[in-house]
Design a protein around this ligand. Structure first.
Ligand code: URA
Length: 265
């Protein structure tokens, strides 16, 4: 459906093109004209100043996707603007079953982004990521390396809850991952901590084994990426806590190196 603003933009764009080609003269076809096919509707020098002002065409600077394939959300310049454009998303069936779109929370200029799998029941209820039991454990993990949730940005591969906490379908990931990529583009983190294999495999575009990949530093399009177990897995297997502790200390070490290198500049 074409909204009013879009129609205005279309009209504005038409007049701007006309103005670029013909200057401040607006030509129109004469009705039932016999002697001429064009008619000068108004010409700058003949219009009194006051009237000229009234006739000014207001052209919106708002982006429009009418003439390109690029959706408006891709052109947004802030997380707030992105949220506004995507939080009513219905690109996959999860849009119909979610209570809340879970965009992500934290520092919009964070150096570190934490990426999980998908909202669960508590996150769907509250519209915030990692607020249930796994989330409380994640808060402790973040605090264990001297940071708080407000220092980092936390989000998920999927923004909507899969029913019964099932794993995301590949088709859902395909629809939703572009939103995450846009978030990364806007935040420009220096580090990513990927939580669990769904996040790791999605970001690295291949199947991985946690036992092999954890403890390494991956390159996500120039961003250093540390990977570890999902906190929900940790709740089920407390024996993995030592591994997670090692992984987040690795992240902290890399982050300290980065902070120190910034001090030297
Ligand atoms: N598990 C996730 O992957 N993300 C959440 O936000 C909550 C639980």
């Amino acid at each position: 459906m074409m909204g009013d603003r879009t129609l205005n933009e279309l009209v504005g764009q038409y007049f701007r093109q006309q103005q670029e080609v013909f200057g401040n003269v607006f030509y129109t076809e004469k009705e039932k004209s016999t002697d001429s096919t064009i008619n000068v509707l108004f010409q700058e020098e003949k219009i009194p100043e006051k009237e000229k002002e009234q006739r000014k065409i207001v052209i919106s600077d708002e982006p429009t996707d009418l003439f390109t394939d690029e959706p408006e959300w891709k052109k947004t310049k802030s997380l707030d603007a992105l949220y506004e454009k995507i939080h009513n998303c219905q690109n996959c069936p999860l849009g119909a079953t979610r209570k809340n779109f879970v965009f992500g929370t934290g520092n919009p200029q964070a150096d570190i982004m934490l990426i999980g799998e998908a909202p669960g029941a508590d996150e769907d209820e509250q519209g915030k990521p990692f607020v249930g039991r796994a989330g409380q454990l994640l808060t402790k993990i973040i605090e264990s390396i001297g940071l708080s949730r407000d220092d980092v940005f936390i989000c998920n591969i999927l923004k909507c809850r899969p029913p019964d906490n099932r794993s995301p379908f590949p088709s859902e990931i395909d629809e939703c991952e572009p939103y995450l990529i846009k978030q990364i583009e806007l935040i420009q983190p220096k580090f990513i901590l990927a939580l669990g294999l769904t996040a790791i495999d999605t970001l690295l575009k291949k199947k991985n084994k946690m036992g092999e990949i954890r403890g390494t530093v991956q390159n996500y399009h120039g961003i250093k990426m540390v990977v570890t177990y999902h906190p929900a897995a940790l709740l089920r297997n407390p024996g993995w806590k030592k591994n997670v502790w090692d992984d987040v200390r690795l992240l902290r070490r890399l982050y300290d190196e980065y902070l120190n290198s910034k001090l030297k500049i």
